[in-house]
Design a protein around this ligand. Structure first.
Ligand code: CA
Length: 223
């Protein structure tokens, strides 16, 4: 899952980046409105966290631009100002949620999880595919109730696949969603991650669709 943070306050920007990266998201940051608007319109994010008071272009203008450009990721607005008219305007422009500063990081992370799983059509933070379970809140993965230990990047791949289970996910999509912008990208490593995941969770759970990508399936449900 890849998240964009648009925030001009350097300390809050760093806190957000660290907290989101710590729980396994790929995080890109913009420190001004112009960059933030461009990144949100051109890169495929799973969610954006958008400050309202920004240099160059303000948050509401950015949000209007993103939606006009067809960017449909959930957007969580941050504002230092607790002004009801801004909340209404932000929500009307297509924001999904609103947090007033100062906020607790745990609350922000819980809201991020909630929006990402709503986007995936899931009601709980425990995602299941047959007897494979992934708890997005704790990072725990189990198969038939047994713990499976994954590295950060293996978890990111499985997290993305389980949020999009049943459909084919291409290798380039996985590359875009598990690496932040400034991370060196190598689509061959995706094959390696998938190979290791198959060993850890069961080879028949990740199907290769030749030339198209991967699909997470419940082997018990496949006939
Ligand atoms: Ca600001």
């Amino acid at each position: 899952m890849r998240i964009l943070v648009v925030e001009d306050d350097p300390s809050l920007r760093q806190q957000l980046r660290a907290a989101l990266a710590d729980v396994g998201y790929a995080v890109d940051v913009a420190d001004n409105g112009e960059d933030g608007q461009f990144m949100g319109e051109t890169e495929p994010y799973d969610l954006a966290i958008l400050d309202l008071g920004l240099p160059q272009v303000d948050g509401l203008t950015i949000l209007r631009g993103w939606r006009a450009a067809g960017a449909s990721m959930p957007v969580l607005i941050l504002s230092a100002r607790d002004r009801w008219s801004e909340k209404v305007e932000g929500l009307d422009l297509g924001a999904n949620d609103y947090l007033t500063k100062p906020f607790h990081m745990e609350e922000l992370l819980a809201r991020v999880r909630a929006h990402i799983r709503t986007q995936a059509g899931q009601g709980s933070s425990v995602m299941s595919c047959g007897d494979l379970q992934l708890n997005a809140a704790t990072g725990q993965v189990t198969v038939k109730g047994q713990n499976v230990k994954l590295t950060a990047f293996q978890f990111k791949v499985l997290d993305y696949l389980i949020h999009h289970q049943g459909r084919i996910v291409s290798r380039s999509e996985l590359v875009e969603k598990i690496y932040a912008q400034d991370h060196e990208r190598d689509s061959n490593t995706i094959e390696v991650f998938v190979g290791i995941l198959r060993r850890k969770i069961g080879a028949d759970r990740i199907v290769t669709e030749k030339g198209l990508g991967y699909r997470l399936v419940d082997p018990a449900a496949v006939t």
